[in-house]
Write a protein that binds this ligand. Structure first.
Ligand SMILES: Nc1nc2c(ncn2[C@@H]2O[C@H](COP(=O)(O)OP(=O)(O)O)[C@@H](O)[C@H]2O)c(=O)[nH]1
Ligand SMILES: [Mg+2]
Length: 223
């Protein structure tokens, strides 16, 4: 079975708002999450680049929307996808309403940009019930369109023990867990991206898994 791979990735531009963003002519995956959740690291892991999304020296200061163009290769077919790195939210020391924490122009961006097909909400596996993250999820669910998907991805899973991982998966069915340190969980994210945008990949994965379990059963029967 072929696994989707990003074979090209390049930074295109930083924008202040929807007004100076790129034209909405390419399917986009938006990455959002609290500052320090591992957003830059995840973008780098997914694109297999060390410093495509630069870790900011002054976290929380950069309030720009960063665009990257990537190209996937899957079963010898090429699939272009744009990655959009949104500024981290939740830096305010005092608890504020979401709209205060998140700049108005960002809210406009995620609400009105038609090219967004997938929201990837990164959450820290060590703080799965952070209120700001629950608020963001609830907020986006208010306006998410039928052609869009919302995916929760937990970062820093390497910091959890087996028992904690089990609980996280039970509490958040349908989420993906990953580690940028150990580089695991990334293939599932790639599969979600390609499946959501191009409807390729997942069925094949399922049939391969079925085949494998049949082979194992047959082996078991033999032995
Ligand atoms: N242990 C562990 N650390 C991570 C992981 N992902 C990111 N980090 C660390 O978390 C910190 C913040 O990462 P960064 O990607 O800059 O976060 P951002 O602010 O969301 O862009 C850095 O010290 C990273 O090395 C992970 O999966 N596991
Ligand atoms: Mg960053």
């Amino acid at each position: 079975m072929s696994i989707p791979r990003v074979v090209e990735a390049k930074f295109i531009k930083s924008a202040q708002s929807i007004a100076d963003s790129l034209p909405e002519d390419m399917s986009e995956v938006v990455f959002l999450g609290r500052s320090n959740v591992g957003k830059s690291s995840t973008l780098n892991s997914l694109t297999q680049r060390k410093n495509l999304a630069k870790s900011s020296a002054t976290p929380g200061k950069t309030q720009l929307i960063n665009f990257f163009e990537t190209r996937y290769l899957y079963n010898e077919q090429s699939y272009p996808v744009r990655f959009v790195d949104l500024p981290g939210f939740g830096y305010a020391k005092v608890s504020k309403s979401l709209k205060e924490v998140w700049q108005k122009n960002l809210v406009e961006f995620i609400k009105h940009r038609v090219s967004i097909r997938l929201f990837i909400h990164l959450r820290d596996a060590r703080h799965p019930h952070a209120k700001i993250d629950d608020d963001v999820e609830a907020y986006i669910s208010e306006f998410i369109r039928p052609d869009q998907k919302y995916l929760t991805v937990f970062t820093k899973i390497d910091k959890l023990n087996q028992k904690e991982r089990g609980k996280l998966k039970r509490d958040f069915p349908g989420s993906i867990v990953l580690s940028n340190l150990k580089k695991n969980g990334l293939d599932r994210v790639h599969q979600e991206i390609l499946y959501t945008i191009f409807e390729v990949g997942k069925e094949e994965e399922k049939s391969a898994a079925e085949k494998k379990s049949t082979i194992e059963k047959e082996k078991g029967a033999e032995g």
